[in-house]
Design a binder for this molecule. Structure first.
Ligand code: ADP
Ligand code: MG
Length: 141
């Protein structure tokens, strides 16, 4: 799927969220810097009804949004760029992925591939040109 603007990427993310069953889900975003991972994650957050600002967790590693009454009551946006899988485990990864009603979106998931559960939904992001980004996912939305 190729998007031609940030808004199209946010819309794609919203369609993706609507395609999910209402059970805890992990989204494994991969791709280089500028590939549109944060933009996609922000679209997920908006579609889930999280309260902005949707600041990129590159420095904070993870940011949690609590959404009372939402399909997902908790959305966690993580960025594994600056950390190792070991760090993630120390931050409570196992508990996080076992929690109910939780949607977890991980940027740079390829860096912690061996702790990503088999059930995680992979989405590969890539730059096409100045305004276009490619999102490769299992399901066609
Ligand atoms: P990453 O998290 O993968 O580093 P970001 O989402 O932070 O990527 O950055 C993507 C950049 O690309 C932003 O500056 C955004 O404005 C730009 N961009 C251009 N076209 C698109 C598009 N179609 N979808 C998403 N971002 C786009
Ligand atoms: Mg990012």
């Amino acid at each position: 799927m190729i998007t031609a603007s940030v808004e199209e990427t946010m819309d794609l993310a919203a369609r993706f969220v609507r395609s999910l069953p209402p059970t805890s889900t992990i989204v494994a975003l991969s791709g280089d810097l500028g590939a549109g991972k944060t933009t996609f994650a922000q679209g997920v957050l908006r579609a889930c009804g999280a309260t902005p600002p949707y600041t990129s967790p590159t420095f904070t590693i993870m940011k949690e949004y609590v959404i009372p009454g939402g399909v997902f009551e908790r959305v966690i946006h993580c960025d594994a760029y600056r950390i190792t899988a070991q760090d993630m485990l120390e931050l409570g990864w196992e508990e996080m992925i076992a929690a109910q009603n939780t949607l977890i979106v991980v940027e740079w998931s390829e860096r912690i591939a061996h702790i990503m559960p088999q059930s995680a939904i992979p989405i590969a992001c890539a730059v096409v040109d100045d305004t276009r980004r490619a999102y490769t996912m299992r399901e066609k939305l």
